[in-house]
Every structure is written in C-alpha cells, then in structure tokens.
Design a protein around this ligand. Sequence first.
Ligand code: SF4
Length: 350
Amino acid sequence: MQASLFRKEGEKVRCLACARRCLIGEGQVGFCGVRSVREGKLNLDVYGLVEAAHIDPIEKKPLVHFNPGSKVFSISTTGCSWMCLYCQNYEISQRRRVEGVRLSPNEVVELALAYGADGITYTYNEPMIFSEFAHDIGMEARKKGLFNTYVSNGYGTVEGVEYLSTFLDAITIDFKGNGAPKFLKRYTGASGPEPILETAAGLQKRGVHVEITDLIIPQVGDDLNYARNLVRSIINLMGDQVPIHFLRFHPDYKMTNFPWTPLETLEAHYKIAIEEGMKFVYIGNVSGSPYENTYCPGCGKVVIGRNGYRLVTWNLDKGNRCRFCGYVLPIKGKLSRHAFEERFEDVYLI
Ligand code: SF4
C-alpha cells in the first residue's frame, strides 16, 4: 500500500514518518525495514499485516489518566525506527522482516469489538513506522465508538504529528535513559531527545492526551541530572499536569548482563519530579509500589488506587473531582465498564 508520509527529492524519496527522515532510493528499504520505494513512491510494506495481538488493561501501556480501567486491543506490525539493545519485543521489532497475519482495517476493528475492547492500541513495535495502517484502522474504530492510542518512542516529525492528530486519542511517549543524548545514541540509535519533546508537545497542543514514560536503565541510563533536565523541559513545554512514569528496566535481548533497576534509583527519580513540581508522578513495573497510586494534589489522599494494572480504589465523582477535597483531576474519558474485571486475554488471529 502506498504511504502518505513522504515527499520526492529528485530521484529519491524522503520518508516523513519518523525523525530519521530516511532518504530512500528506488528498490531500497528505510532503516525500519518496512517502508520501501517502488516506482518512485514510498510503500508501507506491512500495511494489512498484523504480527502480534493481545487484550490488555490500558494501565499496562501505561495510560492512567485516560479512560481508566479500559480494555484495549493491542496490535503491532514488524520493524522499528530504533534499535534498543534491551528491547523486550526484539523478535518483532528488530528482525526487520515483512510478515504477519493479513487483516484489513475493518477486520482489525471487528476483532477488537468481538473481544469487547474499549479501544485499540498500536504497540509492541514503533507504531509511527506503520501510521498509514493505524490511520485507516483508527478512522474505522472511531466510527464504532473505539478510541485509538499509541505506545511510542516519540521520535516523530512535524508532518507525522499533524497526521496522527487526525485519528489518535492518546499516546504514551517513552524517553528512555532520561533522554540523555549519549545514552540514546549508544543504546537506541536515536540522535537525541529533541524530536521526542517536540512530538510530545505537538500532539498535546493538538488535543491528543499524552503520558510520558522514562525507562531507567541502571548504570548507563539513570543519571539524575538528566532526569531533572528532562522533567524541567516537560514542565516548560507541556505543564505540570502531564503524568510521568519512571519504569523499571529488566534485563533482555543484548543487555541480559545488566541488573533490574534498583527501587532506590526509581524513588530518587520520583522525588526529583515531585521537587520540580510535577503533579502526577508514578513508578512503573513495580507491582505493589505505593507510587502506582494517584494522589490528589489538593489533599494528598489516594484518589485512584492500583495494584499492578488492577484498579482497587476509585475516589473521584463523575466530574473527576476528589471525593475528599473537590480538586478536579485531569482525567480524560471515563471509568470503563471493564474497570474491575480481568483484562488480559490471548487473541487468536488464525
Ligand atoms: S519510518 Fe522507517 S523509513 Fe521512515 S524515516 Fe523512519 S526509519 Fe526511515
């Protein structure tokens, strides 16, 4: 299927889907392995090919201020714009193969509805590389009352932001290693944090709900000075009400010799974000941590209690006001009818 996010530059084609902006010649493939040039046009080779699918709680993405308790139909293609050395989905993201189960946008939406999902999440590999497929699914999904969310590295472009804002409702953007330039270059292959910040702010400006994650990798991606800089940049560009999640790293792929992130390191990051004035700070991938909860900035009480991806307390009224002090929390959407159900399910594509 022909892609939309590209422009001609002489005999070559410039891909505009991610910040790499690959210049691709006839018969060649971009860095992600799934966008190639044929007859002078850019093709999305994985259009209509779904590599993985699962039903998840929305809190797993993590999105905790957007339709809490929802059940989401998560899908991916193959390929990726980054090459993270610790990728937990490296088999689908790093092999750069064009493969998957053939499904049309309508069929994806029908499957999501059949599983009782509230929305569709494009995840597991970097969704910006297959945005045209996500767009066509997303437009159909909206007609059927489903929302659309991305889990992304945020390594986008101005053109991509414009395109995404036509169908995307929410996005989780992961900085990784506090967005430190040296870390990003060495461990992910990205040039630096600037395109990520611009994408996050651009999407927020266009009405897309944004939550930030930051995967903290011990020894190489846990510098607290960079954490402080990152938090300050986010507050400056997007305000202090953006949820930020510091995620625990676990060893995987080419970094199995690294330890899990110590809890003290995550808590030091949490403390910095609170000191800098962020209102909604979380620690992720640590089930049972008190920092999984949402605390009311008005009175300090737990307004949304969580245990892992499960909601256990809900102390907001219908207008998202704290039941104790009346503070209005910035929650987009509403508490899902699935909120207190089991929300993990295997999905069989064939
Ligand atoms: S989406 Fe793929 S082809 Fe396009 S710029 Fe990014 S890595 Fe290159």
